[in-house]
Design a protein around this ligand. Structure first.
Ligand SMILES: Nc1nc2c(ncn2[C@@H]2O[C@H](COP(=O)(O)OP(=O)(O)OP(=O)(O)O)[C@@H](O)[C@H]2O)c(=O)[nH]1
Ligand SMILES: [Mg+2]
Length: 179
């Protein structure tokens, strides 16, 4: 019985990032895209607590669990039982870079996540004031972070509003191998 319950449970991906970076919009857009009906970007409200979304991909189902930015102090209580992590950054918000960087480092150094696959998304690249990928990666010292992390890390620029990069996020989720 327990084995059957384990077999039928979806793989879990944690979706993390500071308040307002675009996590909920990403989830709503991914869900529509996985059903081949992207449409217009919907409105969102700040997530107080967590937000679970099931995605049906080509070969599997994944449950993405968004943890609201306001839950930052207790994110770690959700780190067990997930096979992958998406960490989202707002590329248009330079004031959030240092706090996001500290959050990212604490996620990467958490023991339960030491072998999780990690996708770092630089969102909101449609905005006029957005930082370039080179600029934001250098502010984060991303090359050093990737070199010293135990996890495989992928980075991607995207816009949850325009839809740029959404297909790549789905492909990344599809590619995760659960150990
Ligand atoms: N221009 C632009 N706006 C975006 C993009 N992604 C999200 N937004 C907007 O940013 C605001 C916050 O988006 P949410 O998805 O609610 O942010 P969140 O990360 O879920 O925030 P919390 O739930 O509070 O942690 C909304 O007004 C979104 O429409 C994007 O790629 N481009
Ligand atoms: Mg949210």
């Amino acid at each position: 019985m327990l084995l059957m319950a384990k077999m039928s449970r979806n793989e879990i991906c944690l979706l993390l990032g500071a308040t307002g970076v675009g996590k909920t919009l990403l989830l709503k857009r991914l869900q529509k895209l996985s059903l081949h009906e992207l449409g217009e970007p919907p409105s969102t409200l700040p997530t107080v607590g967590t937000n679970l979304t099931d995605l049906t991909l080509k070969k599997k189902r994944v449950t993405v669990r968004e943890l609201g930015g306001c839950m930052g102090p207790i994110w770690a209580s959700y780190f067990n039982d997930c096979s992958s992590v998406i960490f989202m950054v707002d590329s248009a918000n330079i004031a959030q870079v240092s706090s996001s960087c500290i959050q990212l480092l604490s996620v990467l150094s958490a023991e339960p996540l030491c072998s999780a696959s990690v996708l770092i998304l630089f969102n909101k690249i449609d905005m006029p004031c957005t930082m370039s990928l080179v600029e934001i990666k250098s502010l984060f010292r991303m090359d050093d972070i990737i070199a010293s992390a135990t996890q495989p890390i992928t980075t991607l620029e995207m816009s949850a509003r325009s839809g740029q990069g959404l297909q790549e996020v789905l492909s990344w989720l599809e590619s995760i191998k659960v150990k």
